[in-house]
Design a binder for this molecule. Structure first.
Ligand SMILES: Cc1cc2nc3c(=O)[nH]c(=O)nc-3n(C[C@H](O)[C@H](O)[C@H](O)COP(=O)(O)OP(=O)(O)OC[C@H]3O[C@@H](n4cnc5c(N)ncnc54)[C@H](O)[C@@H]3O)c2cc1C
Length: 508
């Protein structure tokens, strides 16, 4: 296998907001940016609609934003980390503006601040109406192309992280012309979320936690993996990913009804604007009782739907639905992973030379549930924090050795079925234990489904260990919150050992 000596350059894996921010913030240090998909495609960052949260309004400040974040996080957030990330939000917005992001402004040139569920203040900065992610990524992609210190490899999928004595020595990537080793001792994983591991997800299909698999196989610690946010209102269709009907549509007054027109959330506190997990559970239960669920925007007087929600209108039309005259069919879908590679505020993982940022990382900002629009913020802030931390390190002399060939494909099918049944909106111990038993042989094998199964197994074991319901993690057999809130940190080895104890007869 060819070895490409990165000559001291840092390698960033992933071309979403986190990866691009880290690459731009490292300039003029040399960076090699490896992205599975061309920039601007196949990244959750491009799909983001609502915007970025920052305490910028005259009635807002850090303490209010922090209080809302901690409330959503339900006892699991790392408060000092959350405080530091949220404090950096206004500067991150200024930086994005400096990099060319055209955030929406009012007639006097002031940033328009939107309101989203569980935010006590208007603090969502957006661009292009509901096309925030597309606008942000468009501007940053242009900046990346203009930055001479960034060498970009698009279509390069990192398949393996090379580690010796718990220190990074390189990565193996495949760009379809064959596997190549990039020799380096500084790697940033910014590979996004895990929605692709479920049958119904809003993330691009390629977002199945490959970065978590890379880090976990190298021995990195993972945190809060059991906390997966299911968006309650994805457009119910056969496509993958499912399109998102953003919370702001409910914010404008659209209501959830079933096929009989019954507004089944009317009696629930907060109704359609209750926290995301409450709405997702109500929709899930109603569907489990045999109903179809719709979001009805026809009831909102004077709503110019296509002007307010141009992107949603476009993809509803593409699915043959006119949201002005018909209710929109919706269902819950895996949307955001609060857990990930355990990192400190600087993005450092438990492996020397390995940083992670964005959705693939777990800083402790989100706890058991993410406050809407705090994730683009985390990607922008922590991409920069990771870059600052890397700038303080000198490239070392470790060189990667030639190694065996890397796997080129990932078979998500078996894992999607198992996780969807056991680790969805509502969970119970028997289903989770059965899922662990099914995932274990896949994870131990060396097949196309092994890496997705390893990620799935770690999620299932974390969900089994959390014998309570908290935030986005709802167990029907443990419906209450435990008295004390503990975070769960585990490694792939821990998850395999736990699954072996549950299912010794399944071990190959
Ligand atoms: C539909 C939707 C709407 C959303 N709306 C909002 C919102 O309004 N506000 C908000 O704050 N958050 C929102 N989110 C969440 C937010 O978009 C994500 O959390 C955030 O964009 C993650 O950024 P990232 O850079 O970590 O990952 P991503 O943007 O997903 O980028 C991951 C990158 O990694 C690459 N990659 C993956 N694996 C490999 C590999 N093995 N080798 C090389 N490259 C790899 C991918 O190709 C991609 O370039 C939304 C998410 C979705 C799906």
């Amino acid at each position: 296998m060819d070895v490409y000596d990165a000559a001291g350059a840092c390698i960033i894996v992933g071309g979403g907001l986190a990866g691009l921010t880290a690459a731009l913030s490292l300039a003029p240090e040399q960076v090699i940016l490896l992205s599975k998909a061309p920039l601007g495609f196949e990244a959750s960052s491009v799909l983001a609609q609502g915007g970025i949260a920052a305490s910028l309004g005259p009635d807002d400040d850090l303490s209010q934003h922090l209080a809302d974040t901690l409330d959503a996080g339900d006892g699991i957030c790392d408060e000092s980390v959350a405080r530091a990330i949220l404090a950096a939000a206004p500067a991150a917005i200024s930086e994005l503006i400096r990099r060319g992001v055209p955030f929406d402004r009012d007639s006097q040139g002031r940033l328009i601040l939107g309101l989203e569920a569980a935010h006590s203040r208007r603090r969502i900065v957006h661009a292009g109406g509901d096309s925030s992610g597309r606008e942000i990524m468009h501007a940053l992609t242009r900046r990346v192309h203009e930055t001479p210190s960034i060498t970009l490899f698009e279509g390069a999928t990192v398949q393996r992280l090379l580690v010796e004595d718990n220190a990074v020595t390189g990565v193996v990537a495949d760009d379809h012309s064959g596997p190549v080793i990039f020799s380096t001792d500084r790697v940033v994983i910014a590979t996004g979320g895990i929605g692709g591991l479920f049958q119904h997800g809003t993330n691009p299909a390629g977002s199945w936690g490959q970065g978590l698999a890379l880090a976990a196989k190298a021995g990195a610690a993972m945190a809060d993996l059991e906390f997966i946010q299911f968006h309650p209102t994805a457009l119910d269709s056969r496509s993958f990913p499912l399109k998102l009907i953003s919370e702001t549509v409910r914010g404008e007054g659209a209501v959830l009804v079933d096929e009989t027109g019954d507004r089944f959330m009317a009696g629930i506190p907060g109704a359609e604007l209750a926290p995301r997990d409450v709405v997702a559970r109500a929709v899930w239960r109603h569907m489990g009782a045999g109903h179809r669920v719709f979001l009805d925007a026809r009831v909102v007087p004077d709503l110019d739907f296509s002007r307010r929600f141009p992107a949603i209108t476009r993809f509803c039309h593409a699915a043959g639905i006119d949201p002005v005259t018909e209710p929109i069919p919706v269902r819950p879908a895996a949307h955001y992973h609060m857990g990930g590679i355990a990192v400190d505020l600087a993005g450092r993982s438990s492996i020397e030379g390995l940083w992670a940022c964005g959705e693939a990382a777990c800083t402790g900002l989100h706890g058991a549930n993410r406050l809407a629009s705090n994730s683009l913020l985390e990607a922008a802030v922590c991409g920069r924090f990771a870059a600052e931390s890397i700038k303080g390190t000198a490239p070392g002399r470790r060189k990667a050795e030639a190694t065996a060939s890397a796997r080129v494909s990932a078979d998500l099918y078996p894992v999607r079925k198992i996780l969807t049944n056991a680790a969805g909106v509502l969970r119970d111990g028997d289903d989770l234990a059965a899922a662990a038993a099914e995932l274990l042989p896949l994870a131990l094998a060396d097949g196309d489904a092994s890496d997705p199964a390893r990620v799935g197994l770690m999620i299932v074991i974390a969900a089994l260990r959390r014998r309570e319901s908290r935030g986005a993690h709802a167990r029907t057999d443990f419906p209450n919150r435990a008295v004390s809130a503990q975070r769960i940190v585990l490694s792939l080895g821990d998850a395999i050992a736990a699954a072996r104890e549950l299912a010794p007869e399944r071990v190959a």
